[in-house]
Write a protein that binds this ligand. Structure first.
Ligand code: SF4
Length: 287
């Protein structure tokens, strides 16, 4: 009997990833060489590997000894200190930070100027959060969980505002906002989740309403891809996050409909390969 393959209406590369990838592609073709990228340009092993094959170098830290060539900031953005260091180096600097992440940087600076203490919802170790934290003088308090929101201390008389990482779960953040508002009703909730993240989560919810099993193509390092799996599960679907179809366990190859989506940093060819494998095994793509 096998089943249908249902594809999420909105999935895959967002505009910020598309832009970052194009900037590296152009630099890899035109130089000046060597081309170095600070951090993975986007969180996807396949994208990074393709660029490595073209000679692009990836580094976790700036090295002041770099001389000449091109230096590219990843889509996740960097702190002000790193940007200042890079601008002082003798390199051709390309800033591939997503414009929406830059919008969060600007908002954080504006809020601090207006006298707000900033609470930042996100993952402490994520490059985007490191970049936002490094844009203001007084480090924001990072909240990773409902427990953090329940226990963060509010200083009497201080003003508070809340920003978020761009790639979080809309529903999870709404829960944290409720807690913060209950504990500190005057808090200014500024949000931060981008439209690309919201649209992909809405699309995966629609998919979960139509089928009970969902493959999310994306890297385990990709925040928005992990959230797509969590959102699908929260809608009652069985969901799995895989970097490529080669990782799909045989236990998933049982008859029944399968939904597929992909994270904002996952190239479309990975989704096509998944569809090709499933159709070769007897599933039917619904058009
Ligand atoms: S997920 Fe959103 S913030 Fe991140 S790169 Fe894409 S558009 Fe930009």
């Amino acid at each position: 009997m096998r089943g249908r393959i249902l594809i999420a209406e909105i999935r895959g590369f967002c505009s910020g990833v598309e832009r970052a990838v194009q900037l590296v592609e152009r630099a890899a073709a035109e130089g000046p060489f060597p081309v170095r990228v600070l951090h993975e340009i986007v969180h996807n092993e396949s994208v990074v590997e393709e660029f490595r094959k073209k000679g692009v170098l990836f580094a976790e830290e700036l090295d002041p000894a770099w001389e000449g060539g091109t230096l590219i900031f990843s889509a996740h953005g960097v702190s002000e200190k790193v940007e200042r260091q890079a601008r002082a180096m003798n390199v051709n600097l390309i800033d591939a930070t997503c414009p929406l992440v830059k919008g969060i940087h600007r908002k954080a600076v504006e809020l601090e100027r207006e006298g707000y203490r900033i609470l930042l919802i996100g993952k402490r170790s994520h490059r985007e959060i490191e970049g936002v934290v490094g844009r203001v003088h007084r480090p924001p308090v990072v909240l990773e969980s409902q427990h953090d929101a329940e226990t963060v201390e509010f200083e009497p008389g201080a003003k508070y505002a809340c920003l978020t990482q761009t790639t979080l779960s809309v529903d999870d953040c709404a829960g944290l906002f409720r807690i913060l508002r209950r504990r500190f009703p005057e808090i200014r909730i500024c949000g931060g989740i981008c439209n690309a993240t919201t649209a992909r989560q809405t699309a995966v919810k629609k998919l979960a309403a139509r089928c009970g099993r969902i493959l999310v193509i994306g890297s385990g390092k990709s925040s928005n891809s992990r959230k797509l799996r969590e959102v699908a599960e929260s809608c009652g679907a069985e969901a799995i996050l895989i970097a490529s179809i080669a990782e799909l366990p045989d236990s998933w190859l049982v008859d029944g409909d399968i939904g597929i989506t992909s994270g904002a940093s996952a190239p479309e060819h990975l989704l096509r390969e998944a569809v090709e494998k499933l159709t070769a095994l007897g599933w039917t793509l619904e058009r």
